[in-house]
Structures are given as C-alpha cells and as structure tokens.
Design a protein around this ligand. Structure first.
Ligand code: IVH
Length: 702
C-alpha cells in the first residue's frame, strides 16, 4: 500500500510525463479524459494533505485568482538583443566579417519567434523563477503566470542538468489561441489584440495566472546561460535542453557557408506561412562557444549572432469602397473593400481600417491604388496609397456621421479612437449583440438558445431585449421553425437555471460598455449589490479596483438610461441575483474598528484588503473621520487623507502591520470566504539562489 506522499509523487511523475508528450512532443499517449482523471486525483490528494503541496506540481498549471505582484528582478546575465539585417547583402557582409575573424566556423540557423523573451531559472531541476526581458538588465518576475504554460517543464527530466542555470527563449501565442482569444474579445466588445506578439506580452503580464492558463501560450527555448556549462557549442546545448524536457525548435540547421544560410532563409520565407505560430525572421548564430568568445559582444548585442528580418508581404490593389460595421457595443469599424489580390498565400478582399483617424492619416480615397500588408497581423491592413496612380478628380473620403444600421447620429467619446452609435436600444446589431452577449457561457450561460434562435425570436417579435427572455413560455417557442417541444423545453429550463447565476456574472452579462468579466467581479465585490452600484457617484466608482474615469462614465451613463433601469427592474422581478453572496466571518479581530484604506499596496489589492477587514468584523470607511480607528496606508497615499489623520491623531498602520493584526486571529469557522480574494495569502517570495550571483561576464553566457 502506497503512502499518500508516494501516491502524490507517482501521480506527479506520470502527469509530468504525459504533459511532456502532449505539449512538447505533440504525441499524446492517453486521452484527455484519462489525464483529467489523474489530475483530479492528484488535486484531491493534495487538498487532503496540504503539507505536501508543491509550487511545481502539475496541479499548479491551472493558475490562481490571486493578484500577481510582478517584482522587478535583476538578470544575472544581461539579456541582450540582436542586430538586424534586412537584405542578403547586409547578411553577406556579416558572414564575411565573421569568417575573417574565425576560420571554418559553423553557423546555426533558427526561426525567429515573434513573441516576448523570457528567462527561466532552474535550481536542482525545478523551475525557480521566470523573468521577462524588461530593459535587458532588470525584468519582471512572472513565475506564477509562466507555470501555467504547459510546454514549460516544472521539473526536468534526466540527471545531467547543472544545479543552477538559466534558459532563455520566447513565449508566443500560436495562431489558434490568438484567433480564439480575439473572437472572445470581439464578442465581449473588448479591444482586440493587434497581433499574436502583443497578445503574448499582454497575457504574460495578466494579474491573475488562471487567466493566463486559459489563453494557450506556448514557449520555445533557444539559449542556455550559466557558469561552467558542459557544452562546447550551441547545437550541443540545444540537444541537452531537449533531453531535459524543454521545447526546442526542430527547425534549426547547422550551416557552413553563406549559400547554405541563404537557402535556409529562402525556404522559411515562404514555408513559415504554414507554421501554426508567428515568426518574423531567421536568427543566425555562430555555433562554437570558442568562436563566440573570440568575437565578443557590444553593449547591446552579441557580435556572434544576427537576425534576418522577413519583409512584410505587400500587394498593390484598388480600394473599391469603404463600408462600416456596427459592433455589439455600437463601435463603428470602417472596412476597406478591395479588388481581390493574392497576398501571402491567400486572396485578400477586405482590410480593416480601424477608425477615422487612420483613414485621415492615409488620406484614403475610394478608387485609390493602395498597399496592403500582412505583417505580424492576421487581418491585412492598408499601409499606404500609390499617389502616382490617384485619379485627379478623386475626393477625400467623408467619414460617416450617422449609423449605417439605424441612422442615429454617431458620437465619439473622449479618449476613444472609434465612433459609436449611441442608439443602444433600437439599433439592430446592438440589440442582437447584447442578447447574444447576455446568453454567453461566461455570462448567463443560456447557450442552448444560440445565436440563430435569438435571431428567430427577434424576427417573430417574441423578444426585444434581455428581460423579455424571462417571460418566454415553451408553447411560444415550440411552433417556431427548427425548434419543437424538446428544444423549447430545454431553452426554458436553461433560462430558468440562469436565475442562479451569481451577481458578478449578471453584471457582466448586462453588457455595460467597458465592463468586462474582471471589472464586473471587482464591482460586485466592492459594492455588494446592484442598488449600491446604481447609486454610486463617479468618485465612489473610482474607488473600486481597476475602475478608471472611462469605466465610471460608462456605468453612470448606462444607469442614467431609463430603458436600462426598467430592464433591470424586470430582471429583479424575474428573480436574477443582484446581490453578492454573503461573506463568512473568519474572526472578530477587528470588531468595532473603522479602517480607512489609502494608497497602493505591495501584497494585496485594495478590494482584497477591504474584504479582509470585513471578514474579520471591521468596517471599511471611505473617508477619515473622528471615529476612524486606523488609516491603513500604502504607497502614494492621498496627502489630504494623511493630513486629516495626523490632525485627528489617528494611528497610521502599514499593510504588514495590518496583516499581522489578523494573522493570529482566532478563526470563527473553517469555511472559506465567499470571495477567494478575501483569503489570499501573500505570494511567497521565491527563494534567492543559493550560489552568490557573480558579476556577469560575457564568457558565462555559453
Ligand atoms: S537569441 C543574445 N534566438 O528576438 C541573443 N532570439 O530581436 C539572444 N528571438 O530578444 C537572443 N527567436 O526575444 C534568439 N531563435 C531565437 C529567437 C530570438 C526570437 C527574439 C528574442 C530577442 C529578440 C531580438
């Protein structure tokens, strides 16, 4: 009979190995179902034996909802960049220079991944830390987020890895993840990522690792850094990294001549379009470390490596017409309709124009011959006009002033590049879009309804808005085309179940402009119920986590609308949840105390601190008053608050003092709090490396 510890270790080993087979080798040997079963077993055992929990357990890949701190960390070895070349001639000059300094050298050609650089540190075969490139000298620690990337090994294979080393590579977003993410964002009315590189970098800096876990990032490694590494060449080090379980690109080649390098470049310049991830060039590196040492580095980049950047593919075609799309939130997107042209393997008929400013900057006119590019971006864009071919009689393009769908006059909000149709209640795409958003899985989860059925219900005048859904009866739905009794009953039953959806998701489902999933969570935690949110002033809204002036304005505008208020009233009557779940008291350590929070904090967000105060029986006060017990002060505390507290003789406490106050508090019960954030433990700072960091010297990089 195995002890729980043995069983946990066995499960971790098996899961790590299956994870490797799936995400690094792309050759799974068990089904997702079996994998999930094993993972669930591990999670259950770890819950039962919390002292056996481990930051590098495969169970940690799902991430958490704790707020990341991203402390700044100095790189032990600076992260240099690469010098670029853009033409065969420039590349030839570089090769010649190398050949003059080192004879019979070897080069390794690799793909240049288009993502964001990362440095991973391993100690005794376990992931210790992950740091972004930053300015090359210091970067941000993003370990929790990187742990969720399935192709990054948490524990290494074999036994011949150095005790302590860094390995560097690129975190990137495959096209499939990028497309999924952007289409989700589009449905939510959130701003789209322009390209997978921005999406990867943005995701890596997400506050919650559980969000990162869902975004499908990937990581490839291409350089080992450490002291006294047991290799004499780059290709040897890549082979070792592969053995230890890292994902290292197979698309590398040792080349001995300029002609071989050129051949590699030529091949990948077209073949890269069939890769499932973005690349923007080829990196050519001197293979032998002895040669590298001889060549040395400049302050910015090594002399032994160079990047050859692919040219963005371009085509010249005619701009036939500019049309305009109206999104769910009323955002207007101009679209260039083009004479079809072949570009990077696909026929392009349309290109996005983003907004009115971009059209003005290009001085675009219908009938112009325009350059279309497919750079890192998936959606082609117009980069310029061939003025030489412009028709003398052509006129500057007039941006529309009224909605192409409903005719309402468009508005432009301050700081927003896009125009909006303000006619939320009567503009068809907005009506449809809002209902579709409302029924989404992440919102009210009435997906059995589906987009087509929503269209059908609108056509048959059975619904006009989200509140109408709750008045629907099965006998109204059954006779509709493609429905019938069973579907009708299913739909009604999932509408019924949606009454149980928690407040923060209802809030998200309403589709208030700029209120995404996370903001809705913060708002629900901060205000507790709909009534308080609806009555909140601009200033009060700003006090909630992540709410800035733009979001506050949008919330106020939403609730000022009579029709929105009447929809909410009907939803209240329909029995939807408009109150956050009551929090469980975890101690009475702060009973009778009034605590004001001001400034920003290192370990917890303000809402977390607020939840902690309430969970321990205290009251969170908005402003310093005579009856304030403590002013909990963080960094950049408001000077007025500080002055007032000093005047009234109120004690000012730091975050740490506050945490100490509640740390030893007698627990009232062992139930978890309603909001996970409320019990968030500070993320433990990673152990410093055992070996004293040495001054970086060029030679230690290889
Ligand atoms: S080697 C000292 N290899 O390109 C040289 N970099 O423009 C270290 N990159 O910061 C980099 N693919 O983020 C190297 N196969 C590859 C790469 C690569 C992408 C990125 C990396 C670097 C940037 C420089």
């Amino acid at each position: 009979m195995m002890t729980p510890e043995q069983k946990i270790n066995e499960l971790r080993k098996e899961l790590n190995s299956h994870n490797y087979k799936y995400y690094v080798e792309n050759a799974p040997v068990i089904s997702d179902y079996e994998f999930d079963k094993m993972l669930r077993e591990l999670i259950e055992l770890e819950e039962l034996h919390p002292h056996l929990k481990d930051a590098n357990s495969p169970s940690m890949r799902v991430g958490s909802d704790l707020t990341n701190a991203f402390r700044s960390v100095e790189h032990r070895f600076p992260m240099l960049s690469l010098s670029n070349t853009y033409s065969s001639e420039e590349l030839g000059e570089w090769v010649t220079k190398i050949e003059q300094e080192v004879e019979q050298t070897e080069f390794v050609c690799e793909l240049k991944f288009d993502g964001t650089a990362i440095s991973l540190t391993y100690e005794n075969g376990r992931l210790l830390r992950a740091v972004t490139r930053g300015d090359g000298t210091r970067g941000d620690e993003v370990t929790e987020n990187v742990r969720t990337i399935r192709s990054v090994p948490l524990v290494l294979q074999g036994d011949d890895y150095p005790d302590y080393f860094e390995i560097r590579g690129e975190i990137f977003m495959p096209y499939s993840s990028f497309d999924r993410l952007n289409s989700e964002r589009e449905q939510q009315g959130e701003q789209l990522f322009a390209n997978p590189r921005n999406a990867a970098a943005g995701t890596l800096k997400q506050q919650q690792s559980q969000v990162v876990a869902k975004r499908g990032l990937d990581c490839t490694l291409y350089q080992i850094a450490g002291e006294q590494l047991p290799f004499s060449s780059h290709s040897e080090s890549l082979d070792a990294a592969r053995r230890w379980g890292f994902k290292v690109s197979q698309h590398t080649k040792v080349c001995r001549t300029r002609a071989e390098i050129e051949e590699f470049i030529k091949y990948w310049d077209t073949e890269r379009h069939s890769l499932p991830f973005p690349t923007d060039g080829i990196v050519i590196k001197v293979n032998r470390f002895a040669d590298r040492r001889k060549l040395g580095t400049t302050a910015k980049a090594p002399k032994w490596a160079v990047a050859y950047k692919f040219k963005a593919e371009q085509a010249l075609t005619k701009l036939l017409k500019v049309t305009y799309q109206v999104g769910r939130t009323g955002a207007i997107t101009p679209v260039a309709n083009l004479e079809p042209v072949l570009l990077a393997g696909t026929t392009v008929k349309r290109a996005t124009l983003h907004n009115a400013d971009q059209i003005a900057a290009l001085d675009l006119r219908e009938g112009d011959m325009v350059y279309v590019e497919k750079g890192g971006e998936i959606i082609p864009k117009i980069t310029g006009v061939e003025l030489g071919e412009r028709d003398a009689a052509s006129q500057p393009l007039q941006y529309i002033t009224h909605c192409p769908e409903c005719g309402a006059e468009l508005v432009r909000y301050e700081g927003e590049a896009k125009h909006y149709c303000p006619n939320q209640s009567h503009c068809r795409p907005q009506i449809v879009g809002r209902i579709i958003h409302f029924i989404r899985r992440k919102a009210m989860n009435i997906e059995s309804l589906g987009e087509e059925t929503v269209e059908l219900l609108l056509e048959h005048n059975l619904i006009e808005n989200i509140a109408d859904l709750y008045d629907l009866r099965a006998e109204q739905l059954a006779p509709l085309p493609r429905l019938g009794d069973k579907s009708a009953r299913n739909i009604i039953s999932s509408i019924d179940s949606s009454r149980e959806v928690p407040f923060h998701r209802v809030l998200f489902a309403l589709g208030i402009r700029f209120v995404g999933e996370t903001t809705a969570k913060y708002l629900a935690a901060h205000f507790g119920n709909m009534e308080r949110l609806m009555q909140a002033s601009h200033e009060e809204l700003l006090e909630a986590e992540e709410v800035g002036a733009k979001i506050a304005d949008s919330i106020i505008e939403y609730f000022a609308d009579e029709q929105n208020r009447s929809i909410i009233e009907r939803l209240v009557r329909a029995g939807l949840k408009f109150e956050a779940e009551a929090k469980v008291l975890s101690s009475q350590a702060l009973e009778g105390m009034n605590i004001v929070i001001s400034g920003s904090f290192a370990q917890h967000s303000r809402d977390e601190l607020k939840a902690m105060i309430e969970a321990h029986g205290g009251k969170n006060q908005a402003a310093v008053a005579a009856n304030t017990t403590y002013l909990l002060a963080g960094e950049k505390i408001g000077p007025a608050k500080l002055q007032k507290a000093n005047k009234l003789g109120i004690r000012i406490i730091s975050e740490q003092e506050f945490l100490t106050m509640i740390e030893g508090a007698e627990p009232l019960n062992t139930e978890p709090l309603a909001t996970a954030e409320a019990v968030a433990e500070p993320t433990p700072a990673p152990e410093p490396p055992k070996a004293e960091p040495t001054t970086p010297i060029q030679g230690t990089l290889f």
